[in-house]
Design a protein around this ligand. Structure first.
Ligand SMILES: Cc1cc2nc3c(=O)[nH]c(=O)nc-3n(C[C@H](O)[C@H](O)[C@H](O)COP(=O)(O)O)c2cc1C
Length: 196
């Protein structure tokens, strides 16, 4: 059965370029062969600053926005985060969305496509890699960084990858598929005898 890959557009601000990059990443993921690929836009979930009373580990969600977000994340076997760099780190929209949940992220690999100015969002991706380990995700070392991404957008705002981007995306997606398959046993519910 194909692995369910969610490509998550992490920026939510009006006028963002995240969806243009995310759309292309999702198209490439869909053609990779290993995945049932879905594009997820964080903006669609309209998550406020974390507002659940309990630690997400309890999964005692009070709010509809959290339940919706949890159902989306739980349905995936693997993620690719398409993230800009804000102030040399990941955007608050992504850090907030990650903090909302816990078990839904567990034992799933996380690939990164980052973008920005001269750094290509590398600092954001590295900070995010550190953060996702606390949710028991496996941050895939292979990643795609898009420096001066604005130069790869046409007048209509469509993003076109270059050969280096395409090779990087293939390496990242292939590794993400390997990790998603290898971690599958850990994503199974515990046997009844061990569950109590
Ligand atoms: C609050 C803010 C902080 C930013 N900080 C950085 C930065 O540290 N490094 C960088 O390369 N670009 C930075 N930028 C420029 C972004 O790379 C650029 O605005 C990009 O379009 C953001 O992605 P988005 O359009 O999907 O939101 C920043 C932009 C914003 C809005």
């Amino acid at each position: 059965m194909a692995l369910k890959l969610h490509t998550i557009v992490a920026s939510t601000r009006p006028g963002r370029i995240g969806p243009a990059v995310g759309q292309r990443v999702n198209d490439v993921a869909a053609r990779n062969g290993a995945f049932d690929a879905t594009l997820i836009d964080l903006a669609d979930f309209n998550l406020p600053v974390f507002d659940e009373p309990d630690h997400p580990m309890k999964q005692a969600y009070q709010h509809e926005h959290t339940k919706r977000w949890a159902a989306s994340v739980a349905a995936a076997d693997a993620f690719v985060f398409v993230t800009p760099e804000y102030n040399f780190t990941l955007p608050p929209s992504l850090s907030n969305a990650l903090a909302y949940l816990s078990k839904e992220w567990n034992y799933k690999p996380a690939g990164f496509v980052s973008y920005g100015g001269v750094s290509g969002g590398l600092r954001a991706a590295q900070m995010a890699r550190l953060l996702v380990t606390t949710m028991k995700m496996m941050p895939v070392p292979e990643g795609v960084a898009l420096p001066n991404v604005f130069g790869q957008l046409d007048e209509a705002g469509k993003f076109t990858p270059n050969d280096l981007n395409a090779a990087g995306a293939k390496a990242m997606l292939d590794e993400t598929a390997k990790w998603a398959s290898a971690l599958k046993p850990l994503r199974q519910p515990a046997p009844l005898a061990l569950a109590s």
